[in-house]
Each structure stands twice: as C-alpha cells, then as structure tokens.
Design a protein around this ligand. Sequence first.
Ligand SMILES: Nc1ncnc2c1ncn2[C@@H]1O[C@H](COP(=O)(O)OP(=O)(O)O)[C@@H](O)[C@H]1O
Ligand SMILES: [Mg+2]
Length: 399
Amino acid sequence: MSMIVAGVMSGTSADGINVALVRVPPDSTGRARGPSPHKGPHSDFKLLAHEEYPFPDPVRRAILGMMNAELAHVADLARLNFLLGELYAEAVAKTARKHRVKLDLVGCHGQTLYHQGVAARFLGRKLAVTWQTGEGAVIAAGLGVPVVSDFRPADIASGGKGAPLVPFLDHLLYRDRRVGRIAQNIGGIANLTAIPAGASLGQVLAFDTGPGNMVVDAVMEELFGQRYDRNGKIAASGRVLDEVIAQLLRAHFFRQKPPRTAGREEFGREYVGRFLRICGGASKSDVVATATALTARTIEDAVERFVLPKFGTRRQQRHQMIVSGGGAKNPTLMAMLRNEIAPLGIGLHFSDEFGLPAEAKEAVAFALLAHETWHRRPSNVPSATGARRAAILGKISYA
Ligand SMILES: Nc1ncnc2c1ncn2[C@@H]1O[C@H](COP(=O)(O)OP(=O)(O)O)[C@@H](O)[C@H]1O
Ligand SMILES: [Mg+2]
C-alpha cells in the first residue's frame, strides 16, 4: 500500500522548518524489484506539497546559541528538544491541513546541535558523535501518527560519519546511463552527491564541499544586520577579493579526501571571525561578494579534485550539476558557480527542472528515508558515509 509521508528538515542555517508531503508507493526505491531499469529523473514517488516556516527570531537565536556552545544549560537543551518537537508538529499539522492530506508517517531530521563525524578521543576512547534535537515523541503525540527521527546515529554506530544521508534520494532521482550528474545542495553547508553515468547506489561519491550559505549569512548579520543576502543583491554590487579566496582555499579541509563532513564546527563563528579579519578594510559589499565566491570556488575545487576523476575523461562529454537548497535562490552565487564549472564541461541545472523545488529536496529525502525505516530497510549509503555496513536509520516514536 502506498503511504503519505511528511518529511521535515531544519538545517544548519537554522532559518526555519521545511515540510514536504510525499506519496510513496510500495517498494518505491526499487530495492524489492532487483536491479531496476533506469527510470530517468522522475521516480515513482510524488511530491504533494511543500511549505516553509521561518523560525521566530528568538528561537533562531536560541538554536544558534546552543550549537557548539561552550556553555549551554542542560535544562535549556532539554527544553529546546521539546520546544522543537512542538514546532515541528505544528508545521506538519498546518501543511497537512492546508493541503487536505491525511498522513501515515513522519520523518523528521531534527536540528543538529553537534556533529563530529570523525572519531576523536574522549575519556580514553575514540568516538564519533552526532546530536539532533526535536523530540520525536512530542511530534507523534501532537500529530497522532508514528514518527521516525534521529537518523544519523545508526550510521555512526556502523562505523560511518553519519552524513550525508541524502545520496539515497539523489541516486534514485538522478542516476542516468549516459550522463554523469552532481547533485549539489547548498544549505548552510554545501554538499554534493556525484553519480557517474550508469553508477549503482554503491558507486556514488558524496561529501561536504565546504561552506554553503553559512559564511554569507554570518557576514550579512555582522555587517548589515540581516539574515541573508536577499537575491544576492549585495554580493552583486561588490568585487571578489581573489587573494582572500586563494588564501582560504589552502586550508586543510579543502584538501581532505572524501568522505568528509562539515558543520558550524568548521565554518561557524570562529571561521567567520577569521574570514572578516583576512578581508581587513575591504568594503562591506566586497566582503559579501567574497564570501559568496568562496562557496562557488570551493565547490569547483572539490569537483575538479575528487569528482571529475570518477567521471572519466571522455572528450566532449557533458556532465550536469543539479542545484538544490536555499543557495539556489541566490542568482549571484548561481552565476559565479555557472562560470566556475563551465570550463570543467559541467552545465548548471536546478532540481526544479527535475520535478523537485530546490527548497524541498532535503525534506523529501527524509520522508523517503523514514519510509525505508518503517519497512525495516537500510538507507544509509556506505560508500558515501564510510560505514562498514548498511544500517536501518532512525528511531520510531509510536503515536
Ligand atoms: N531569495 C534568496 N536569496 C538569497 N539567499 C537565499 C534566498 N532564499 C534562501 N537563501 C539562502 O538559503 C539559506 C537557507 O537554505 P537552506 O537550504 O534552508 O539551508 P539549511 O538546510 O542549512 O537550513 C538562507 O539562510 C539563505 O542564505
Ligand atoms: Mg533551512
């Protein structure tokens, strides 16, 4: 029987909640059918609706304050967990009501407070850890439907980095017999899934390229008191400081081989402080332009270093980059990115052209991942996360 699943995403930008309502036919992933024929970009699930709910300012400030906080009160962390559960439930309820949809299941990513995919020493042991907050039990109780949440720990427990998890959907959507494709999401962090022509799920490569909108947003807040550079207007009026970009590109992170993951731990407050110092006395719009170019340049760099070698070098072959996430709404960033990847023989496209609005894709992914979990099927992609084995992701809260 097909199920109607709500996918809920709130990313590292902490800008708000995305809710996608998806109708998933049984065996939608093709796993039960064995080696499936290529179905082209439109797979057999259907996006019924998508809505976005910005966080109220005080909630956003609290979330940002508690990410990687040196000092955060345990009581406040516990409260945030329940508060977010309520906000997620309200966002889903509103969306379902508006579109007159009766839900069967919810998949909620939650809000990442801390993610460290590479093991580090703690009390005499080496541990990789991750923490998403937003209580599943509260969402289930609020909506009266079961909720799958907390997707990442099972992958870490299986030896993976806990991220990225979206390659499961990317492969389903974008695999192609002849064209090599890169699904590039630009949220707070930018991450890609590279799918060589004819690749099976086990052959995809996926990793975080570096900052997405995170540095631009932080600089906008610092210099202009605004959440983000709406439509890339300010970046468009500035000049890119090439020396700054060249210096930043030398950082260890960008040379690190995939799989690799990033978050506010790498590109948050401290990084932005350093970035602003390096920009020195440059004009405010030049600083925003440079932060924007940093995203485009680091994506190009990652593609050239790590993806093109996997795509092969047959001449005249065109590859495609398919962009999703809030960064797709920034025309200045998109123009920079298009220019960066054109010499690599890669054309720029938007996930909208493939039937998924740019801002909905990640929420859709968590609906599908929840669906897999509900059917007791694994959905991490070990080649992407580095896990030793396939794992069933998430925890289920029953209504
Ligand atoms: N119209 C727009 N113009 C410029 N940037 C935008 C626009 N809409 C969204 N963004 C950017 O996208 C970000 C949110 O992207 P999103 O994909 O939701 O990231 P995350 O997954 O980290 O929450 C915003 O913080 C902003 O930087
Ligand atoms: Mg967001």
